[in-house]
Every structure is written in structure tokens, then in C-alpha cells.
Design a protein around this ligand. Structure first.
Ligand SMILES: C[S@@+](CC[C@H](N)C(=O)[O-])C[C@H]1O[C@@H](n2cnc3c(N)ncnc32)[C@H](O)[C@@H]1O
Length: 228
């Protein structure tokens, strides 16, 4: 079985489910973004870590990069200023949400993405399964360059508690890959936003499997009916 990471998940969904229109929030140096093969690719980050030289090299390596559209701004500004125009005719089919790893930012990024998403869209979230309190700390507390997952996990708990119109779970791979699709869920967890705000990393550690809907990596193939 292949190593399941975010790039593999994105590429497999494009190949097997024919999802094309791609949005990435939080792009950094484009390690994932430049590898995506789609003629509608949107990159959003207030601080791209690449310039013209890297763009040119990546265009040679993957000609689809000719279609890239770059928005050097926060995701909130992006959705407010550009969302309606960009996604009026072309709906988002596949998104990687990997920007600011704080719960409220992640909730907004997911909700804004859902507003512009096709019915069959898949949203992938990175950093959903922190392995230590340190990795789950706030942005202010983050001791760069150590691993920082923040409290993206709280956004997963929020969607698993509050949105019965969505199916949301986490693959135990690549720092925790959250998956959100527009399919009603059979079970909701009982937490409201205030309770979720109060939970700590220690609470997560005690309830990890249930709160995250944690699944082995191979569940990716089962859920999306893809042959391994
Ligand atoms: C972990 S990196 C993204 C890595 C990339 N997706 C990958 O897989 O290689 C997080 C990025 O989020 C960006 N970011 C921080 N705050 C943001 C915001 N409010 N909106 C969008 N991106 C943000 C940072 O500038 C940083 O480049």
C-alpha cells in the first residue's frame, strides 16, 4: 500500500473522482500546490515563500502551473474580496486547508470553502491530529521551527458536533488528514462551541479516536471506493 499523505490523497481524488477545481489555503513554498494537475488552481497565502524563479522552474516540471492564480492575502480577505467573482461559474471541487492553524480560522476557512463548493467537493485539512501539547499550542506559544499543528483538532470536533449535513473524519496519516464532504452524518457529537473552546490537549488525548473520528489510513480507499 502507498504511503498516504496529503499529496497522495489529493492526487488520488483527482484521478479517481475527477475532481478538478482546486483551492489551497496556506501554500508556503508551494511544495503541494505546484504538483497539482488542474487547469483551475487557486493559491491563497499572505506570505508566499517563492518568487518568479521558482514559479518558472515549476512550470517546466508541471505545465498545469500555467493556470495558477495567486492571491497573496489572508484567506478571510480572499473570500471577502475575490470569492464571489472567482467561484461564480466554477465551483471548488477539491480544497486543501492548511493556513492559520487556529480553530476559529479553520472553521471560517471551511465554511467559506463550503459556500463555494460543488456538491461532490472534498475538503482536506492538514494538522488535525497533534501528538503533544506542545504541537497543539497557540500561535503565540509556538516555538518555531518545531512542529505546530495548533488546535485544528477543535475545528474537526466542531464540525463533528454541529454540522449534521457534513461527514467529517480524520485519517491517521500525515499529521492527521481531516476529510469533509457534503454528505449527512448518522451521528453527531454533543458539544457546543463554548465547550469546545474550553477543551485542552489532555481532553483530546483521552478522547482522540471518538472526537476526531480517527480512521486508519486505509479507510481512505474504503470511504472513497478507490482500489488500493
Ligand atoms: C504549513 S504552511 C502550508 C504548507 C503547504 N500547504 C504544504 O502542504 O506544503 C502554512 C501557511 O499558512 C499561511 N497562513 C498563515 N495565516 C494565514 C491566513 N490567515 N490565511 C491564509 N494563509 C495563512 C502561512 O503564511 C504559511 O505559509
Amino acid at each position: 500500500m502507498k504511503n498516504i499523505d496529503r499529496l497522495f490523497v489529493l492526487k488520488s481524488l483527482m484521478q479517481h473522482h475527477h475532481l478538478k477545481n482546486y483551492l489551497e489555503i496556506g501554500v508556503f513554498n508551494g511544495h503541494i500546490f505546484f504538483r497539482i494537475k488542474s487547469n483551475f488552481k487557486i493559491a491563497v497565502d499572505p506570505d508566499f515563500i517563492f518568487g518568479g524563479g521558482r514559479k518558472a522552474t515549476k512550470l517546466l516540471l508541471n505545465p498545469y502551473n500555467i493556470y495558477n492564480q495567486y492571491f497573496e492575502k489572508t484567506s478571510d480577505d480572499f473570500f471577502e474580496q475575490d470569492g464571489q467573482r472567482l467561484f461564480r461559474d466554477k465551483k471548488i471541487e477539491l480544497a486543501l486547508i492548511d493556513g492559520m492553524h487556529e480553530c476559529d480560522y479553520v472553521i471560517r476557512d471551511v465554511e467559506h470553502t463550503l459556500d463555494h463548493a460543488a456538491p461532490n467537493a472534498v475538503i482536506v485539512l492538514h494538522d488535525c491530529n497533534p501528538q503533544s501539547a506542545q504541537a497543539a499550542c497557540s500561535f503565540k506559544e509556538w516555538n518555531y521551527p518545531g512542529t505546530w499543528n495548533g488546535d485544528v483538532w477543535k475545528a474537526i470536533l466542531y464540525f463533528r458536533s454541529q454540522r449534521k449535513d457534513l461527514t467529517c473524519f480524520v485519517l491517521d496519516a500525515d499529521q492527521g488528514l481531516g476529510i469533509i464532504v457534503k454528505q449527512p452524518t448518522a451521528t453527531l457529537l454533543p458539544y457546543d462551541k463554548e465547550q469546545i473552546n474550553q477543551f485542552t490537549y489532555e481532553d483530546l488525548a483521552l478522547n482522540r479516536a471518538e472526537w476526531l473520528g480517527l480512521q486508519p489510513p486505509s479507510y481512505f480507499y474504503d470511504f472513497f471506493k478507490i482500489g488500493a
